[in-house]
Design a protein around this ligand. Structure first.
Ligand code: PMT
Length: 403
């Protein structure tokens, strides 16, 4: 596989226990055809030896700003100009602070200041350090300068704490690099509207019906379409995700609100993608007060009415009909049910996911889908939703704008 063939990646490694994972990162980047040069800080060398990275990258590792031998081979300014991506993984709190402050007191910080390459950081630190207002302010400063911040993930840490601060796994970082550097469709001038997340159908002031959708798939699609240059309106049910850069977000709660927002967005869009898990039914009435247990009975019934089918309504338009893509979340006979929805809802394309599969579908970082359209089907391997979204946006664009 050579998705990163000849891409020039400068990998900066700073001091942290996650530095050992960077060896696997180099291996994976090389496997995909990237040319990787490694720069290590003094702190990084306390955790892992440069020789490991020399063997994996096939090039001497750069460690010193003022090393005459290294400067003779490829000077630091030359290295800064050579890179098309500088990825620092792990990026310690100290590195974030230095870069935010524009300092150049070692080789890595000097290279970052001297380079016009895209800069991406994979933070790794103790959770309290990550949450500290000083680190948060540094991250804000860096993002305002278009530095990409990949992660961190949350979980148990080497120090015994639990929380955000773990470096993203090498596989996830490679997916980010691929989605950044891979050639993609040019969607400038195109408008995408995308629904994401669950809907929440109220029963009374304290209860509601909903599902396990996290919004990750729809948000990843919105980010991918935006990266390709499209104007993107993201209609989001109640989820806990940051808005992708440059995307216009409309927050909604229930299916009828989502339909209203979707119809408005569809008037202006070229492509409509329904990745939301819309509740098919809602309670017939919303009680004004909290519903009480009925005395003496251990059974009760809930009257439900059907919600509008948002994507079918948009696909049925005679005028201003966008290229319309649905998703199908199925637990059995996945392709059969998805094909039924493709034709019943009159969609141009449907993306079927088997949501019974482990580590795929609802509320997972990954998904495995089959894309169906009236002319056939394409099965895609299980991958991170961020990487999958890039692929799907490419496939959708190829069909929607083929003439
Ligand atoms: O959000 P994540 O945690 O990342 O999970 C992603 C996902 C599994 C939710 C996503 O990939 C997905 O499959 N979304 C569609 C889920 C779904 O509700 O499928 P469905 O088979 O019930 O509906 C088929 C299509 O009709 C979908 O495009 C849905 O958005 C749309 N629909 C359904 C009902 C309705 N009332 N209106 C709709 O527009």
């Amino acid at each position: 596989m050579s998705s990163l063939a000849n891409k020039r990646i400068l990998l900066g490694i700073s001091g942290g226990i996650a530095a050992y994972k960077s060896a696997d990162l180099v291996r994976r980047l090389k496997e995909r055809g990237a040319d990787v040069r490694v720069v290590m800080t003094a702190g990084a060398q306390e955790f892992i030896k440069p020789l490991t990275f020399q063997a994996l990258s096939g090039h001497p590792v750069h460690t010193d700003l003022l090393d005459p031998a290294a400067e003779a081979a490829m000077g630091h300014i030359e290295l800064a100009k050579w890179a098309e991506l500088i990825l620092i993984a792990p990026a310690s709190a100290q590195v974030l602070a230095k870069l935010a402050g524009g300092m150049a007191d070692d080789l890595l910080s000097t290279l970052c200041l001297a380079s016009e390459a895209t800069l991406a950081l994979a933070p790794a630190m103790n959770q309290a350090m990550w949450r500290h207002p000083a680190t948060a302010a540094n991250v804000d400063t860096l993002q305002a300068r278009n530095t990409l911040i990949w992660g961190p993930a949350a979980g148990s840490q080497a120090c015994g704490d639990v929380g955000p601060g773990r470096m993203l796994e090498p596989e996830a970082l490679v997916a980010e690099v691929e989605s950044l550097l891979q050639p993609r469709a040019d969607l400038r001038g195109k408008h995408f509207a995308i629904t994401a997340g669950p809907t929440r159908e109220s029963l009374d002031p304290v209860r509601y019906l909903t599902n396990h959708s996290s919004g990750k798939m729809g948000f990843a699609l919105a980010a991918a379409a935006r990266r390709a240059g499209a104007e993107v309106t993201l209609i989001a049910g109640p989820v806990n995700l940051p808005t992708p850069a440059g995307v216009k977000r409309v927050d909604v709660v229930d299916a009828r609100e989502m339909q209203e927002a979707a119809e408005r967005a569809a008037d202006l869009c070229d492509v409509f993608i329904a990745a939301a898990a819309v509740a098919d039914f809602r309670p017939e009435r919303i009680a004004q007060e909290k519903i009480k247990k009925s005395d003496g009975s251990d059974r009760d019934t809930l009257a439900l009415v059907k919600n509008p089918d948002i994507v079918a309504g948009i696909a049925a338009r005679n005028e201003r009909r966008p290229f319309t893509v649905g998703f199908a979340a199925e637990t059995e006979k996945v392709l059969e049910h998805a094909a039924g929805k493709l034709s019943r809802k009159k969609l141009d394309m449907i993306i079927a996911n088997d949501v019974s599969e482990a580590d795929s579908g609802f509320n997972s970082e990954r998904n495995r889908v089959t894309v169906l359209d009236p002319s056939g089907r394409t099965e895609l391997p299980q991958s991170l939703k961020t990487a999958l979204a890039e692929q799907l946006i490419g496939m959708i664009a190829a069909q929607a704008f083929s003439q």
